[in-house]
Write a protein that binds this ligand. Structure first.
Ligand code: FES
Length: 155
């Protein structure tokens, strides 16, 4: 049995699919962009984090270990001579995570070939300023790391 008149014409059906697809694509694209542009609430950083001194002592010279400082990734470096330095692990160009390269004693950002020396100074590539630096303090058997946001920025 064949219907004399279809409830939906072929044209209406195709138009509906296209309109629905475009609406879905617009929502899929606009929602994350709007979330990024209008997201104002920033989770505050902790006042300090601690690491056990025993954990730090086990760290080999000329190596680095990563830690979390709230929403911020940090990296603790133990130099050849046993000196400790801590930096934000976020590259100052576009926030990629830097890696410590023991062979060259540099921090390397793979995103755009950025380099920082072992004191956190930007030495090559697009990073515009040094890595942000953490303050280190020993309290008993703990190493206390604290951070002032944007402490390495010149502006
Ligand atoms: S994000 Fe590190 S060099 Fe671009």
């Amino acid at each position: 049995m064949k219907l004399k008149e279809s409830l939906l014409s072929r044209r209406q059906l195709i138009t509906g699919f296209i309109t629905g697809g475009l609406a879905w694509l617009a929502a899929y694209t606009i929602y994350p962009v709007a979330g990024f542009l209008f997201h104002k609430k920033k989770i505050p950083l902790p006042r300090a984090v601690t690491m056990s001194r025993a954990e730090v002592d086990m760290l080999a010279p000329n190596s680095a270990v990563y830690f979390k400082y709230g929403r911020l990734p940090g990296v603790l470096l133990k130099t050849d001579t046993g000196q400790l330095r801590a930096f934000s692990a976020k590259c100052t160009h576009l926030d990629c995570i830097v890696q410590y390269k023991p062979d060259t004693k540099q921090f390397y950002c793979a995103c755009h070939e950025g380099y920082f020396n072992d004191t956190g100074i930007n030495t090559a590539g697009p990073p515009p300023r040094p890595l942000d630096v953490f303050e280190l303090k020993e309290e008993g058997d703990k190493l206390v790391l604290s951070f002032q946001e944007h402490n390495g920025k010149t502006a």
